[in-house]
Ligand binder design. Structure first.
Ligand code: ADP
Ligand code: MG
Length: 855
């Protein structure tokens, strides 16, 4: 095993590469311009591809062939069209180019075979997998992902002395070029972890640059020149001032940076107007700039306070706020944070390099198995190939062919430790007989002496405090001659801080059928913020019979998001479809299904499905970097969402809530635009259409969940309580099925805690609907109510019934039953009349509901 050592911050705006060595982290400088960073910008020229600042500078000249900010699109199937190549490139491919360029920074010529690459804490599984994919495409054999706030915290805590028993909370506030992330961190019992996080992928320095143009430059031009539609001509593609726009973006960013250390600056540029070139100089003061960013900064503050509130942590419990990301250089940001929270703002670490430095610390403790496909000198290539095809560990065998006497050691240990000693585990292979080993610390303070070599052994290495400790492990033959090829240098830094695992940023759930409601719901597998890796076995039942050889399907959808949300608002991160054609015999409804699900540190999902009845196993390893969509389910989800929105519109209108009704109606319209296209889609369709529609559904579903915000949730809770109270009040008068109804009611409210804390209106609506249904049940089982309805029916004109003579016959019997106090019979007659009503307000449910097949 080899330590990864290399760390990479693959940023939206800037990327860096670092390496851990002997207790220190080196930042490799960009050979172009000798900066720490590489601009995450790619330019496609007719003859070559440029990455970095050179590409960024070209933005004003050739904007259509230059790509920036693509990190925001990771995990989507968005493609960027490159005019100069007449080809599409994906965000993964663009990231790959940045990574390859970073590898060029390693001046030592060393090959970086593996790397830790950082990702925002809020990256979903798809975005994470996409990042890993970019890393593999850039030629790394192994890529380990690390969440950025953890990286920043590692950099910070490793840069200073920490008490051994340090405990407490802090915040990492990362405001970069394109994204904002806030993480609540905690050290508890020596473990550091992300407690919670929040982010906005569309809030960062780039928005500030744009704000300068929009709120300072454009008004200035409008005041001094009479240019028709100046702002539009500036902002729109192919507008008359399009190229000026890119120039202004660049110059505004420079001005913004200057304003971080001076109170005043000027943005100068040439403006072509009515055939004359004007030299324009727009003065910009720091105060003016602060005005333009104020709202966005307040937004970050709100998220900060939210995260504290949500986790019931007081500002006074927070030790400090770690400032990360280039935009935290802005003094206004620091002042606002400090003033609004009273928490100490810590800018001790370099906000541009912290994440990359932390990545290297983390990398020092991560190991990988090199593929070692270098051809060993002196060896015949054919032999090597032979040995590679025999046995799993072919490479090691190749070694022993080459030097039969050699001994190979595999050592594992932690490169950083807070303990006074660290355990070293050694596995030895080869001819071990009468060999010995010896371990010496470089200062001579520790020496094992000669110890006989065994195939596996451990040694405890005492560490000098707060420095890097180097040990030499040497192997000797029977004559105590050193076998030099086996020597290992072991380097352990004492006093550093480390972290054991990374938290899951969202709930991971499985979609199961909710037959009562003719829909599906989510069942939690792994909870948000639990530490990876995770593993679980779930036992469920098959909810419909699937005949062998039929087209019927069992759909195992693993989803990421909010477990209380409707499935549609979540993201499918894995999907296994088992059809009747895959079965070795029929699968009967009610038979058992076993699901083994695990998620690695790197967010790779492994799923194993075992059908107990057919004794069949289906295995899958997912590292999806793009969405998977099942067309049939999509259609069902479409109908579900459409119905839900329709019902809400009715409710909004009865409540006189026109604004919400109008917004909901817009969602309906948007849905309708895609309906025809969706319903003509076949499962076999190979175009992107289903992804596009799935994306749209997901977006509308989420937006619809948010509609009305807190007010809507409040109202729904109120309606829930009203419905509940109605049941409670009327239950006392029930004449039929009382015990059953009481039980039903108790069962419904037993689960109400989850309903009431849910931030998802759909959950509240469904729960209220169920209680309302029960309310009607209570009515229709109460004699006094039945009698009043009955009187009402009797007074209806004949055209209100589908078969009036039938109704009259029933009325006769019903009167007789009532007279004879045969109430059960009377109730049945009343029910029968309702079936003959023209306007029957009984709900018609989607009886064809297919669902997932998992109950
Ligand atoms: P990312 O994490 O998005 O890759 P960085 O953390 O490197 O980005 O931050 C880049 C952003 O920081 C850019 O918008 C840049 O303009 C801004 N920035 C860099 N230096 C300063 C400064 N001195 N003052 C204000 N903003 C700055
Ligand atoms: Mg960053």
């Amino acid at each position: 095993m080899k330590s990864i050592n290399f760390g990479i911050d693959l940023g939206t705006t800037n990327s860096l590469i670092t390496k851990y060595e002997n207790g220190k982290v080196t930042i490799f400088k960009n050979p172009v311009g000798h900066k720490d960073t590489l601009a995450s910008v790619v330019a496609f020229r007719p003859d070559r591809t440029l990455v970095g600042d050179k590409a960024r500078e070209l933005l004003t000249k050739d904007p259509i062939n230059i790509f920036a900010n693509f990190k925001r699109r990771m995990g989507t199937d968005d493609k960027f069209y490159v005019v100069s190549l007449d080809e599409n490139v994906t965000p993964i491919e663009l990231s790959t180019l940045v990574l390859k360029e970073l590898k060029q920074f390693i001046y030592s010529g060393e090959q970086a075979e593996a790397a830790v690459i950082t990702i925002p804490a809020s990256f979903d599984t798809m975005q994470s997998n996409a990042t890993k994919k970019a890393g593999m495409a850039a030629g790394f054999e192994e890529v380990v992902l690390l969440q950025e706030p953890i990286a920043a915290s590692l950099a910070y805590f490793n840069s200073r002395e920490l008490a051994d028993d340090k405990e407490g909370y802090w915040l990492v506030y990362d405001l970069g070029g394109g994204t904002f992330d806030i993480a609540l961190m905690r050290i508890q019992e020596g473990e550091m972890k992300v407690v919670d996080h929040e982010g906005n992928n569309f809030l960062g320095g780039a928005d500030f640059d744009f704000g300068i143009i929009e709120q300072i430059i454009v008004p200035y031009i409008n005041e001094h020149f009479a240019i028709e539609n100046f702002e539009q001509e500036l902002r729109s593609r192919n507008g008359r001032y399009e190229s000026l726009f890119y120039e202004l973006i660049y110059k505004s960013e420079e001005a913004k940076k200057e304003l971080s250390h001076q109170a005043q600056t000027t943005i100068e540029f040439d403006l072509l107007h009515e055939g004359t070139r004007h030299n324009v100089a727009v003065p910009v003061s720091r105060a003016q700039f602060e005005d333009t960013i104020n709202l966005r900064v307040q937004e970050t503050l709100k998220m900060l306070l939210d995260i504290l509130h949500r986790n019931q942590v007081q500002a006074s419990d927070i030790e400090e706020i770690l400032m990360v990301g280039g935009s935290t250089y802005i003094p206004f940001v620091r002042q606002q944070l400090q003033a609004a929270t009273g928490i100490a703002v810590n800018s001790a670490i370099d906000p541009t390099t912290a994440v990359a430095i932390g990545a290297a610390y983390y990398a020092a403790n991560k190991y990988y198995q090199p593929k070692n496909n270098n051809i060993v000198l002196g060896q015949n290539v054919d032999d090597l190939l032979n040995s590679l095809t025999t046995g799993e560990d072919g490479v090691d065998e190749a070694y022993s062919d080459w030097e039969p006497a050699a001994v190979q050691l595999k050592v594992s240990y932690s490169k950083m430790s807070k303990d006074v000693e660290e355990v070293l585990i050694i596995k030895a292979e080869g001819a071990l007989d009468s060999k010995s080993y010896r371990i010496i610390r470089s200062d001579g303070g520790f020496d094992t002496g000669f110890v006989p070599l065994r195939s596996k052994f451990t040694e405890f290495l005492p560490l000098l405090p707060n420095i890097n400790n180097t040990f030499y492990l040497r192997v000797y033959d029977e004559d105590q001659n050193e076998i030099r090829s086996a020597m290992e240098e072991i380097s352990i830094t004492h006093g550093q801080f480390n972290i054991s695992g990374q938290p899951l940023p969202q709930d991971i759930c499985i979609e199961v059928d909710d037959k009562d409601n003719h829909t599906t719901k989510l069942e939690l597998i792994f909870e948000k913020n639990s530490i990876l890796p995770q593993k679980r076995t779930l036992y469920r039942e098959i909810s419909k019979t699937i005949k062998q050889g039929s087209e019927e399907q069992l759909i195992i959808n693993i989803m990421e998001g909010d477990r209380f949300a409707r499935p549609l608002s979540n993201l499918v991160i894995a999907c296994i479809v088992i059809s009747g054609k895959d079965l070795s015999s029929d699968l009967i409804k009610g038979s058992d299904i076993e699901l083994h699900i695990s998620m690695s540190d790197n967010r790779e999902l492994h799923t194993e499905v075992f059908l107990v009845m057919t004794q069949q196993e289906f295995k899958n390893v997912f590292s999806m970097s793009e969405k998977q969509v099942n067309v049939d389910r999509l259609k069902e989800q479409y109908i579900d969402l459409e119905n839900e929105i329709r019902n809400s519109i009715k409710m909004f209108s009865t409540d006189d809530n026109d604004v919400w009704a109008i917004q909901a109606n817009d969602f309906l319209k948007e849905l309708a635009q895609n309906k025809a296209e969706l319903f003509k889609l076949q499962e076999s369709d190979r175009t992107d259409a289903k992804y596009v529609i799935a994306e749209m559904l997901n977006r509308i579903s989420k937006a619809y969940d948010k509609l009305g915000g807190e007010d809507r949730l409040e109202r729904l809770r109120y309606e829930y309580f009203e419905a509940k109270e109605f049941c409670e009040n009327h239950m006392a008068m029930v004449d039929f099925r009382k015990e059953e109804l009481v039980q039903k009611f108790q069962k419904l409210i037993a689960g109400e805690h989850h309903v009431l804390i849910s931030r998802n209106p759909s959950i509240l609506e469904k729960a209220t609907e169920k209680i309302n249904d029960l309310g009607w049940d209570i009515h229709w089982n109460t004699l006094s109510y039945l009698i009043s309805r009955y009187e009402g029916f009797k007074g209806l004109p004949p055209d209100q019934f589908t078969n009036y003579s039938g109704v009259q016959a029933i009325i006769k019997s019903a009167d007789a039953a009532l007279q004879g106090e045969k109430y059960y019979e009377f109730r049945q007659h009343v029910y029968n009349i309702t079936h003959l009503l023209v306007h029957n307000d009984y709900k018609v449910k989607n009886e064809d509901f297919k669902g997932t097949g998992i109950g």
